[in-house]
Design a protein around this ligand. Structure first.
Ligand SMILES: Nc1ncnc2c1ncn2[C@@H]1O[C@H](COP(=O)(O)OP(=O)(O)OP(=O)(O)O)[C@@H](O)[C@H]1O
Ligand SMILES: O=P(O)(O)OC[C@H]1O[C@H](OP(=O)(O)OP(=O)(O)O)[C@H](O)[C@@H]1O
Ligand SMILES: [Mg+2]
Length: 283
């Protein structure tokens, strides 16, 4: 059977994120210099390095079976694909932005305006939904500067921290959508069984990265209360201790909730509370 082909960003902010995820999932490869192709060790998989924004269309066309790219770029490409897995990285929003002092106050005010963007299709759809028609200036980058260059009255661009907007004295008029890095697949992969294995492997890493393992000892009388604080992915594992009044608990806790959970557990009488990072998991 032919190898499964996975498209991975060759450069830009998603390149390293995607490569690290695949390696952590046991899909290791070595990219030589600027080569556009690599074989995965010990699996019938080959990696093709492509531009992030070309990955959706190349996947839909069948040149690659799977790909790692932004869901914003999938929406913009408007192609038929299967979204297999959200990868928990690359979170951003697409927003309509105007100068802080602009007279444009609502989406309807965009009627007749000039809008600079790298997302013309998503923008046109948004404008149509708001009954507005605008002159589109389509660019591949540096969109925020187009207002001060006098090319546009508004922009539609990705916002992450908001620092680019602040630096250019722009404000968000409306949010069009929220996006993240995803694993996509075409409808007829060359190696469907391997494609499912890639999904399961990456899922193990994605879940492991977003959870920690908490272990603690607690008086049995407080166990029910402790389980409310940290209910776990499935349910906590409880083991007996030499002192029959106490038990030991192991539970998965979302990373962001670990510190407050530790504090609350301590407050109800837990002791020896340990956090361990999970490298990989199958649940
Ligand atoms: N702050 C952000 N700005 C832009 N894209 C982001 C941001 N955060 C996450 N992303 C995601 O990264 C994708 C852009 O990936 P790309 O490979 O083009 O990286 P880049 O660093 O913008 O490269 P380039 O310098 O070529 O523009 C976006 O489509 C989006 O899915
Ligand atoms: O909200 P922030 O955290 O400031 O991030 C958003 C900025 O990052 C991206 O630009 P990028 O760095 O990719 O430059 P580019 O315009 O050359 O693509 C995006 O196009 C915004 O300009
Ligand atoms: Mg960019």
């Amino acid at each position: 059977m032919e190898n499964l082909r996975i498209g991975v960003p060759s450069k830009g902010r998603l390149a390293e994120l995607a490569t690290d995820l695949l390696k952590d999932a046991g899909l290791s490869f070595r990219r030589q210099d600027r080569s556009l192709f690599a074989l995965v060790k010990d699996a019938p998989v080959e990696i093709t390095f492509l531009r992030t924004d070309d990955i959706p269309v190349l996947c839909a066309e069948g040149a690659i079976d799977m790909g790692i790219t932004g869901s914003d770029l999938v929406a913009e490409a408007g192609v038929e694909l299967v979204e297999r897995l959200a990868l928990g990285v690359g979170n951003c929003r697409l927003a309509v932005c105007v100068p802080e002092s602009s007279a444009i106050k609502t989406a309807a005010d965009l009627d007749g305006a000039r809008i600079a963007t790298s997302f013309p299709h998503v923008t046109e759809k948004y404008l149509a939904e708001h009954g507005a028609k605008a002159h589109m200036v389509t660019l591949s980058g540096s969109v925020e500067v187009m207002i001060s260059l006098g090319v546009a009255d508004a922009i539609v661009d990705l916002v992450e921290t908001g620092s680019t907007l602040a630096a250019n004295r722009l404000r968000i008029l409306d949010e069009i959508g929220r996006y993240e890095t995803i694993l996509i697949q075409n409808h007829n992969p060359r190696h469907a069984e391997m494609a499912d294995r890639v999904v399961r492997r990456l899922e193990g890493v994605v879940i492991a990265r977003s959870y920690s393992l908490l272990e603690y000892n607690i008086p049995r009388t407080k166990l029910a209360e402790a389980e409310k604080i940290a209910p776990g992915f499935n349910s906590p594992t409880v083991s007996a201790l030499e002192d029959a009044d106490w038990c030991a608990v192991r539970v998965m806790v979302p990373r962001k909730q670990v510190i407050p959970a530790m504090e609350q557990l301590e407050a109800i009488g837990a002791s020896a509370i340990l956090e361990t990072q999970i490298a990989n998991c199958r649940l």
